[in-house]
Design a protein around this ligand. Structure first.
Ligand SMILES: [Zn+2]
Length: 885
């Protein structure tokens, strides 16, 4: 009966602990598992490149079955990917993925580490990866991780011997891991690290292989496995009521922004690791062969082990507090151990167990979720002993103060004590923003000033409290970060990290402003107060040839958290130009230029990120023909918004609205990215689209992936999509048909228009097409054959069909002028005969031009107005004449 209740309790606590914000409290089963783990002195470091690369089955197995201290070293934070749950990309996506990794580790029991490598996007080869990353710095960080974590064994997720077979970051992670294995113990390598860490030699290194790396299950079955170890990672944990693979699925399901929510699996399942180098394996078939992972490993450890092994053997699930005397004795002995590494690691583990056994509740909750430096916030401190152990609260020390505040109060069983303190955030306190974003990063690397922070998953908390206790005669200090605890009627009790934020922050409404002509635009700036009674002014920084007015706007905000919006008018120069604008808020002579970005999802703790508040302004030298664009949305992109920014009238066409009579209204119809992969309706609607082209329309199809095309034919002629892509955004572009209208009308496209592109040139280019298509551009990545499928045009009937894998969807949000100019040409295809038309008077001319299709409703409306006016005139005329006759 009792066992059942424990299991139910555990599952319940698992479920309720899922909102990641709530501080973890251990139940009996979890304390027991922690004691088991306390008695294992072995460690495993798992190495790969991205959030989601890690094999949670193996990490969970090493952590929960082998009971080893296990960590995942992800070289990057995954900034380069796509976000399936919200708008955050790049650095902000890296923040989410960092937190998702931490959420996964909270479930599988691992720890998390990083390097300074920046995930710059897809890379075909490790050579390119190591070129863009600073290889030496990333290698230094892997060495640093080994020297700090001191793993007995390293397990690589990827094979270092097969460059080019997978993402370059993947192979690079394994290559760097292999190199670091040989360097970490060499004091002449990266000697500056030795101020903070010691050299270390891991015993051996493995590769976490599987049938996938052999091409098929059959080939893997036949492979020589004498150099491999295997584990049943489907092992069942009665204390969790879950199998290891179920725990693993829960952990990897935390990668929600990558769409990793998945079903759990159970039952026996083999996982293989291949020995690569280090001390050879022996017959024990153990990953730790030849390594003593008991307390005997360290000098003075045997006696500690005797005590703690007895606690494990006789563990009292009903009242774990009965073990406090032994745990405290072990803790005291541990403080005399010479081995600093294990002393630190095991003291930390032991303190958590002691705290949990005593049912201690120590919490410091601020009365506000955030505060700015030099402001004061109220703290509610709760101290409670829920055991019969004799515990005294000697004092507590706020991290902002020099001295502890003496209390000398006995904590009687279950008698809660509450204290109120005011804490003033120091002037020089660091903000609670991700430390790796403090300085501008390069394409390949983050910059971190504080060498001790390198590799840490998060910025250390700026404000915390040390509780100095005396438990059964043993002085113990337990540190708690300040939290913000609150409740919401529809959600219950909630937690947020307490954050230190600037006094004021400012943001601009958009990241890019495109000026298609010399007309001014109004730009809204939102100023947010991080403390009460903000008074000052905001002004804009802008490029020399641009103009912004007014010069300054007054800011007056009464309450912390409130915002004030101000509008600036931005005037572009006459000619093509681009630059950056940035709001600067001046409060008492101090300038604040950062934007405060808040990230709020249920599966990760609330995040605030400070980033320079900067927007790009682009004055385009652009000419356009046609105004009404129909857009069929695919897998979410900002192309319609971008086209509106340059003055097009863009109408979103829902798949069910695709019909011959609807399409005829548009000067061009654009198909969004991957629309043919995700819109089932296009199977039936494609005929209307092609008919529209045949009758003189202009259709532009952006990239689709070759797999899972819903329509029978995406083009009127043979067009085969491939996986060809050009990932180097600076790859040189050859213009194959310099005189083709698409590259000349209305904008003359030159090599200049391919400068300043971001992330990549394009992807999923067709590699075969029928002779009706004309390829216009050629490009390729280093060492690859030339790819000519990035931009293809074919005449079909009276109209034009254009297919392009160029990454307009990435270039537009980055304000890349050449991409806008080229796209304007695609939209103008077939309108060369009206060369005298000018964009500004386009609409006027259209009214008189029979050839230009007109929006039907407009005509109808005008026609109706004229009719009604005529009718009114006649009626009026009738009345007037009747009156006077
Ligand atoms: Zn990956």
């Amino acid at each position: 009966m009792f066992q059942t209740r424990l299991c139910i309790l555990f599952i319940f606590s698992c479920l309720i602990s899922l909102p990641a914000q709530k501080p973890k409290k251990f139940n009996s089963s979890e304390i027991y598992e922690a004691v088991q783990k306390l008695n294992v002195l072995g460690s495993v470091l798992y190495v790969a490149a991205h959030p989601d690369d890690e094999n949670t089955r193996l990490i969970s197995y090493m952590s929960n079955q082998v009971k080893a201290r296990t960590a995942y070293l992800s070289l990057t934070r995954g900034d380069g990917g796509q976000n399936l749950i919200g708008p955050e990309i790049r650095e902000l996506l890296g923040v989410i993925r960092t937190q998702e990794l931490l959420a996964a580790r909270r479930i599988d029991g691992g720890e998390q580490r990083f390097t300074r490598a920046n995930d710059f996007g897809y890379s075909k080869h490790p050579d390119e990866t190591l070129d863009i990353w600073n290889k030496d710095l990333v290698l230094a960080d892997v060495v640093w991780a080994i020297r700090q974590f001191k793993p007995d064994v390293i397990i690589n997720r990827f094979d270092h011997r097969t460059p080019g077979r997978t993402h370059g970051h993947h192979t690079a992670s394994a290559m760097l891991s292999m190199e670091a294995f040989d360097l970490a113990n060499d004091a002449s390598q990266y000697p500056s690290q030795l101020q903070y860490a010691e050299t270390w030699q891991p015993k051996r290194i493995f590769f976490n292989t599987s049938w996938w790396f052999y091409g098929s299950q059959e080939k893997f079955e036949e492979a020589d496995k004498s150099n491999m170890l295997n584990f049943d990672i489907g092992v069942y944990y009665p204390s969790k009521g879950m199998s290891n693979n179920e725990v693993a699925a829960l952990a990897s399901s935390q990668h929600l922004c990558q769409g990793f929510g998945r079903l759990s699996q159970r039952g026996t399942q083999q996982e293989y690791i291949e020995y690569l180098k280090g001390e050879p394996l022996d017959n024990s078939k153990s990953v730790f062969a030849g390594i003593d992972t008991s307390w005997n490993r360290i000098e003075g450890g045997a006696a500690i082990g005797n005590i703690l092994n007895m606690v494990e053997k006789n563990f009292n699930f009903k009242n774990p507090a009965t073990h406090l005397p032994q745990l405290l004795e072990a803790y005291r002995m541990l403080q005399n151990v010479k081995n600093e590494h294990w002393k630190t690691v095991k003291s930390k583990e032991l303190l958590i167990i002691i705290e949990a056994c005593a049912g201690l509740y120590l919490e410091v909750s601020a009365n506000s979720p955030h505060a700015s430096p030099q402001s004061t916030v109220g703290l509610d401190i709760e101290v409670l002993n829920r055991s019969s152990a004799s515990i005294t609260l000697v004092s507590y020390k706020l991290s902002t103060l020099q001295n502890a505040i003496s209390k000398k109060l006995d904590l009687s069983e279950n008698q809660k004590l509450n204290f109120n303190e005011g804490i003033t955030i120091p002037k020089n306190s660091h903000y609670t923003t991700p430390y790796w974003l403090n300085k501008k990063s390069t394409l390949g690397m983050y910059h971190v000033d504080n060498p001790e922070w390198i590799g840490k998953p998060e910025t250390p908390r700026a404000v915390f409290v040390d509780f100095n206790l005396n438990i059964e005669g043993t002085p113990i200090t337990i540190t708690k970060p300040v939290v913000y605890r609150y409740s919401q009627p529809d959600k219950g009790e909630l937690y947020r990290p307490f954050e230190v934020i600037p006094e004021v922050s400012a943001s601009i409404s958009d990241k890019v402003f495109i000026f298609e002509n010399d007309q001014q635009k109004e730009i809204e700036v939102t100023v947010k107060a991080g403390s009460d009674a903000i008074e000052g002014y905001v002004q804009m920084a802008y490029p020399n040839d641009w103009n912004v007015y007014p010069q300054k706007q007054k800011i007056e905000i009464v309450n912390k958290g409130d915002v004030q919006k101000v509008v600036f008018t931005v005037i572009p120069p006459k000619n093509q130009s681009e630059g950056l604008i940035s709001p600067m808020v001046n409060i008492n002579g101090e300038y604040y230029t950062d934007e405060l970005i808040e990230i709020d999802y249920n599966h990760i703790p609330y995040q605030t990120v400070l980033m320079p508040s900067v927007s790009k302004v682009v004055r385009l030298d652009i000419d356009k023909r046609g105004n009404n664009i129909g857009y069929i949305e695919g897998a979410g992109d900002v192309v319609p918004e971008s086209l509106r920014q340059i003055g097009y009238n863009v109408t979103i066409i829902k798949p069910e609205q695709i019909s011959a009579e609807n399409l005829v209204n548009f000067d061009a119809v654009v198909i969004g990215i991957r629309a043919y992969n995700i819109l089932d309706e296009l199977k039936f609607k494609q005929k209307f689209l092609l008919e529209y082209v045949k009758e003189g329309g202009n259709m532009i199809v952006q990239y689709n992936t070759s797999r899972g095309i819903k329509a029978d034919n995406i083009a009127p002629y043979k067009l085969d999509l491939s996986r060809d892509r050009v990932t180097d955004e600076n790859a040189s572009v050859t213009i194959l048909q310099p005189n083709h209208p698409l590259l000349n009308f209305p904008n003359k496209i030159t090599s200049q228009d391919f400068e300043g592109w971001v992330q990549e040139r394009g992807l999923y280019f067709p590699n075969e097409w029928s002779e009706e298509f004309t390829p216009l551009l050629a490009m390729n990545d280093k060492g690859e054959s030339s790819k000519e499928g990035s931009l293809l045009i074919a005449q079909y009937g009276k109209g034009n069909y254009i297919y392009t894998g160029l990454s307009f969807f990435r270039e537009f949000p980055a304000g890349v002028s050449g991409a806008y100019r080229l796209f304007a040409n695609l939209l103008s295809a077939g309108k060369e005969n009206n060369k005298t038309l000018k964009t500004n008077n386009q609409r006027l001319i259209n009214m008189h031009n029979q050839d230009q299709p007109q929006p039907k409703q407009k005509w109808d409306k005008m026609y109706t107005i004229v009719l009604i006016a005529n009718a009114l005139y006649i009626i009026l005329f009738y009345f007037i004449t009747a009156e006077f006759s």
